[in-house]
Design a protein around this ligand. Structure first.
Ligand code: GAR
Length: 208
């Protein structure tokens, strides 16, 4: 059984997609043991509670500085001892010490086709605003392992989504979620839980 901790900051629709997929048997051998949010108002916390999953608030505001927050977040995750950490719209920089301790055991969903529209300043709705500003015709989403870089770890899966003429950032965000994110993230977790992928030379290979 793969024990996962899901980290969230906002609406939690990706968390919901994971919980639904577990319930529907689309993700097997997996249990969400806790949800961590940096934001007290995250709807995601409510979604976890509704399923009886421990919902833990860890706000940077409660710590004197970033270093103290990093230490506390790392200690909390280590305490929970998950097999996999899933960043499902967690809009906080992951502590380097956590990345080191959980090498190739943290995955992230990003709402673009990496390496486009990613890195510092590209998160949430901002990604879709920049996509529309640039006028690209195809965008999408990416699931990747997290390394010490920003959106630079080995790519697990990607799916393209068309940009349409009258899109607003909100409309495009919703299409990317529906067509790509809510499919890719549960599938990646199921693949990991069932030993179908491994990382070799910084690349993800499928095995079975
Ligand atoms: C999602 O679109 C996710 O890809 C994005 O935040 C949103 C969270 O939505 N993540 C990033 O931008 C990470 N760089 P949700 O809370 O409804 O799942």
């Amino acid at each position: 059984m793969l024990r996962i901790v899901v980290c969230v900051s906002g609406g939690g629709t990706n968390l919901q997609a994971i919980l639904d997929a577990i319930e529907q048997g689309k993700i097997t051998n997996t249990e969400v043991t806790a949800v961590i949010s940096n934001n007290a108002n995250a709807r995601a916390l409510e979604r976890a509670r509704l399923k009886g999953i421990p919902a833990i608030l860890m706000s940077p505001k409660e710590y004197p500085d970033r270093e103290a927050y990093h230490e506390a977040l790392t200690a909390k995750v280590c305490d929970l001892a998950p097999d996999l950490v899933v960043l499902a719209g967690f809009l906080v920089r992951i502590p380097p010490q956590l990345v080191e301790k959980f090498s190739n055991r943290i995955i992230n969903i990003h709402p673009s086709l990496i390496p486009s529209f990613c890195g510092v300043g590209y998160y949430g709705l901002k990604v879709h605003e920049k996509v529309l500003e640039r006028g690209v015709k195809v965008t999408g989403a990416t699931v990747h392992f997290v390394n010490e870089g920003m959106d630079e770890g080995p790519i697990i899966s990607q799916r393209a989504v068309e940009v349409e003429e009258n899109d607003t950032p909100e409309i495009l965000q919703r299409r990317v979620m529906e067509e790509a994110e809510w499919v890719l993230l549960p599938k990646a977790i199921d693949d990991i839980a069932n030993g179908r992928i491994r990382v070799v030379d910084n690349k993800v290979l499928r095995c079975g």
